[in-house]
Design a protein around this ligand. Sequence first.
Ligand code: ZN
Length: 475
Amino acid sequence: MPAARIARKEFDVTNDRHALFAAHAYLPQGWRRDVLLEWNEGGVLTAVSPDTAAPAGVARARGPIAPGMPNLHSHAFQRAMAGLAEYRAQAADNFWSWRDLMYRFAARMTPEALQSIARWLYVEMLKAGYTSVCEFHYLHHAPNGRGYANVAELGQRVVEAASQAGIGMTMLPVLYQYSGFNQRDPRPDQRRFLNTPEALLDLLSTLRRAKPAHGALTYGVAPHSLRAVSEASLRALLDGLDADLPRAPVHIHIAEQTGEVDECVAATGARPVAWLLDRFDVDARWCLVHATHVDAKETAALAASGAVAGLCPTTEANLGDGVFPAHDYLGANGQMGIGSDSHIAVDWRSELRLLEYGQRLVRRQRNVLASDARAQVAERLFDAALAGGARASGRAVGALAVGHRADWLVFDQTHPSLDARSPDTWLAGVVFCEHGGSPIVEVHTGGRCVVRDGRHEDEDQAYAGYREAVARLLA
Ligand code: ZN
């Protein structure tokens, strides 16, 4: 065991009394002084008291604290192929050629490898300050397309990985039926993903029996995309879900590629977001992932619906998807959150920075996503991603407020991005400065410290498992 490994009991020292005093804490109303946090055995905040004298015997945070960031979109297994597709495989390399490579990788995945990869990924997320994740889980069956003896085997592995790492999870089993619009037959390399709505709901029930929901775990569903389901099957899925889990989150890939927008128009006469909003009761329980290609009407209608636009800027840039009209959407009070998706980056700071930089490059302006009410662009984006990420998660996360999960980050106040500066510039330093290592030194989930001094409590073991899994997959 390496000497750097930290004994588990050292992670728990601040939690003995379920209380923490922070000289600075980022509450829903902004940075506040002298804040006492208290939480219960279940990891839920029971009191958040600013301007309080530090009580005797209560641990003090070692720096300013802020809510942990929800990650609203993840395909865990793709972590292991991040960086392996950064070469030109053919004259015109694009999303679809990347997808072929990803399918070949998915075909080799085993339950053990998936759990090891997901466990390490979630350790990386926690280190980066993501304290919960929505897992858009579409790898269901054995390589020959038949179900495992336990139909929910692979989903269960991913849920186990989340609890090993200590990250909160919204598990979203994916309905994948077709390879394209008009119910085109699936391809042979999609057979590990395929289900009918009934089979997918059965898989979800099996999974919930094996791993019942609790404070750090909840469930929803994810119709993969409009090209992978039909109108009837989407309706059957939602009806079945409502019978069992009314108001549970529903996530869908919606308009990532111009090619799929064109196919949607050809098949239905409407663009994907317009089609969905027109036919389904899309509201706050929905998360439209990669709403990249929306026209002005769709942008306004999506914002008015209360659904969350699930933005994954580093993946969308890596895959050459396009740029979401974030300025207009936020201007219309649209809800948004961020996800690490393919995990080419696992860092919410990079997602927020690139979201803003994409707008700057397109519009040739600075601080595009600030508003009259919120002049600090980093604070506006941080708040938006916390609120939208929480809504998409269907869990009370993303705020240091009573009734919410006790999930927070501790920043190093002596990091050059914060040191000698005033609190109103701290988040700008955290999001936009790329100097040196991360300013996040501790991460707590459900009131428990899982990352201390930048290291996760199970980092060495999780990495050893990940490394072995990748070596086998690439052998
Ligand atoms: Zn995705």
